[in-house]
Design a protein around this ligand. Structure first.
Ligand code: ZN
Ligand code: ZN
Length: 353
């Protein structure tokens, strides 16, 4: 109930009588409900879970402390909300469609107030349970990486590598991948978001794998770039530059630093090496119930790091017709610095051909 208590403190500050939560990640965060249909209604004194008959039993078992209300065509959600709220009702303005908003406005007695991502604000700082689950999700990804090193060889396609990563992560307890897995080999490595294709991996290429899994609702995220046999001096030099940028930024992580300051630390190293035009994305992002959350670690990142945030550090260099390198760790910000959750080695691994 700590999460609901924190929400109620915000509700009192904002003079909200109740909030309505339907975005799946926010709903899960507050209630533990994993189904696909249901609404959380939190008032200053009570918490209700509203769903149709298909999910009543599931809500009863997953949402302790909630009063479960069954909605129906005869008694739709508005009917029940009107029984409990007549003042200001916060709603997820980033999630409602225009159609839904019009409908709710016409049916509800309450005044609808945009929440402006209030629940996401609470989610930025992870509690111990969340840290444990994200850590576990990352451990699964690290184990899958260790396995995939023995799987990659010339002739294997990027898609086969992606499928094998997913297979192993599921075997280790993941519910699935946390985003469409990136496997970019050779010149395709120049595409920062080169999702796995049917291209065969060849000797002399770098292979960038950016992947993670979902474990009990929480995401992990990591990237490693490995060599298949000997690669060119240019690719080796790029690798060392990215590694230096990644490790220098990592060592600087501590509460109080802004996303922009952290991004600049890595960016300066890449710029000094002459690759400023080849690092076209931000250094990192928050990770939690969603793969991309606040805080943004980039040139417009004004938010300060705080203990309990979980972020990535993932610089890269991408050169058309040559290839690319990205190295990404998942990191917990602590009171006095940081703890790296990803454990896979970062020195260039050269796989046998
Ligand atoms: Zn990633
Ligand atoms: Zn990432």
């Amino acid at each position: 109930m700590k999460r609901i208590d924190a929400l109620r403190r915000q509700m009192r500050d904002k003079e909200l009588e109740a909030v309505l939560v339907q975005k799946p990640e926010n709903r899960y965060y507050l209630s533990g409900f994993t189904g696909t249909t249901g609404s959380v209604l939190i008032t200053l004194e009570d918490q209700f879970f509203l769903t149709d008959f298909r999910y009543v039993a599931q809500a009863k078992s997953q949402c302790p402390g909630y009063t479960i209300i069954q909605i129906s065509q005869a008694e739709p959600i508005y009917h029940h909300i009107n029984q409990h709220v007549s003042g200001k009702l916060g709603f997820e303005d980033d999630f409602f469609t225009v159609e839904q908003y019009g409908l709710y406005r016409s049916k509800l007695e309450a005044e609808m107030i945009p929440l402006k991502r209030l629940i996401e604000d609470l989610r930025v700082i992870k509690d111990d349970t969340e840290i444990e689950l994200i850590h576990k999700a990352q451990q699964i990804a690290d184990q899958a990486f260790d396995h995939i090193l023995g799987f990659i060889e010339p002739g294997v396609t990027e898609l086969e590598v992606a499928d094998e990563l997913i297979r192993v992560m599921k075997l280790l307890g993941a519910s699935g991948e946390s985003f469409q897995i990136i496997v970019a080999s050779g010149v395709r490595g120049a595409m920062p978001h080169g999702v796995a294709s049917d291209k065969k991996i060849e000797a002399g290429e770098l292979v960038t794998m950016d992947f993670g899994c979902m474990y009990r609702g929480y995401a992990s995220d990591m990237t490693r770039t490995v060599a298949v046999g000997e690669v060119s001096e240019e690719l080796k030099a790029i690798y060392q530059t990215v590694l230096k940028a990644q490790e220098t930024a990592l060592a600087a992580i501590k509460p109080g630093l802004t996303g922009q300051e952290l991004d600049t630390i890595a960016r300066d190293i890449i710029t000094e090496a002459g690759y400023s035009d080849h690092f076209g994305h931000g250094l990192g992002h928050g990770v939690g119930l969603e793969i991309h959350e606040r805080p943004g670690i980039n040139q417009i990142g004004t938010e300060k790091l705080q203990p309990g945030m979980i972020i990535t550090d993932e610089p890269g260099i991408y050169i058309d017709d040559v290839g690319g390198v990205r190295i990404e760790d998942l990191i917990l910000v602590t009171q006095d610095g940081y703890e790296v959750l990803s454990t896979s080695p970062k020195e260039l691994i050269v796989l046998p051909t």
